[in-house]
Write a protein that binds this ligand. Structure first.
Ligand code: FO1
Length: 318
């Protein structure tokens, strides 16, 4: 059994590789819900949806979020009415939010609804929201107010300096059903190459998660989302620097050192492997950029191979 801690796009690409090298039913992803938001009365779970759409081969590769072949008639009609359209909800994507919102209003838990959506879309892996309770990532801008994560990420295009980040509700939330068992029982725990501050940070803030990883540190393999000092997409590098951490594989190793025994870094960071190891973290150097599904499968095989005694089935194109 493999359990992954997951944010959005980077995690989705890692997971599509993992389900190529082990049977999908043996893969569980514990997914960040700190990015979740309510807009137009709809409950939106961006990271759960990015992972779901990618594993269902429905994702828009280029945009990185939402569905392929999307149309925008609802957003255009809403714009004409003067409604809020800064957070773009595609026509097909809206069906997911409508379904989720209605089921939650019926009294279903987010974990149940996620199971229903993933089953309907043919996702073989198990996706677990980190918690069924609301946890909201809040961002304090330098000399500015504290704002909701999507206000920072989408409305302000993460082009503003950040002073602090907190995960509102995390300390008192209950881990989602199955989350701690999935971590405790996994042969390997993978920390996906997601933003360590705002994607993995909220998952680690769920009571019991970080403790569980600390206890199983030798089975935990992280993949650096920072390559040659920069994030492949999004604000991970800037957020790390703004919050006092070096935006590099060494900074990532420092953030995860207590929980991950191994860090996989990109070939372009080979020169820094020794510094990573000096933090007590085993460093594996490999190609980590996942442009194609084959890239994802190769990286997945490397990650799983990092923990001895585990064999994978197939990393070849299917
Ligand atoms: N990201 C954007 O940059 N602009 C958008 O308008 C946008 C809409 C959106 C709608 C649904 C959804 O599930 C995700 C969406 N995202 C959008 C992505 C999302 O804001 C971020 O990628 C994640 O929260 C960070 O992991």
């Amino acid at each position: 059994m493999i359990t992954a801690l997951a944010g959005g796009v980077g995690a989705a690409r890692m997971l599509r590789g993992l389900v190529r090298v082990v049977p999908p039913a043996e893969v569980t992803a514990v997914v960040n819900t700190g990015d979740d938001t309510v807009l137009h009365g709809l409950h939106i779970c961006p990271d759960l949806d990015s992972v779901t759409y990618t594993l269902a081969s429905m994702n828009d590769e280029e945009r990185g979020w939402g569905q392929a072949g999307e149309t925008w008639a609802v957003m255009e009609a809403l714009e004409r009415l003067g409604g809020e359209t800064w957070f773009r909800l595609g026509d097909r994507d809206l069906a997911t939010h409508l379904y989720r919102t209605q089921r939650l209003a019926d009294g279903a838990r987010l974990s149940e609804v996620t199971g229903e959506i993933t089953a309907a879309l043919g996702v073989g892996a198990r996706l677990l929201p980190m918690s069924d309770d609301p946890v909201r990532t809040r961002v304090t801008l330098v000399d500015g107010p504290e704002i909701d994560f999507q206000e920072y990420f989408v409305r302000r295009q993460h082009a503003v300096a950040v002073e602090a980040v907190r995960f509102d509700g995390a300390a008192r939330c209950t881990p989602g059903p199955g989350v701690l068992d999935a971590l405790a029982g996994a042969d390997v725990v993978v920390i996906c190459p997601s933003n360590p501050v705002v994607s993995i940070g909220p998952v680690l803030a769920v009571p019991g998660v970080a403790d569980c990883l600390r206890q199983r540190r030798d089975r935990v393999v992280a993949v650096s989302p920072i390559v040659a000092g920069a994030a492949l997409r999004g604000p991970a590098d800037r957020l790390m620097a703004e919050l006092g951490e070096e935006p590099s594989v060494v900074g990532v190793a420092r953030m995860y050192a207590a929980m991950a025994g191994t860090l996989v870094v990109d070939e372009s960071d080979a020169a820094r492997a020794e510094e990573v190891e000096m933090l007590g973290v085993r460093c594996i150097v490999a190609p980590t950029i996942m442009r194609t599904v084959d890239d994802s499968a190769r990286l997945a095989a490397t990650v799983l191979g990092a923990v001895s005694g585990l064999t994978t089935t197939d990393a070849s194109p299917r």
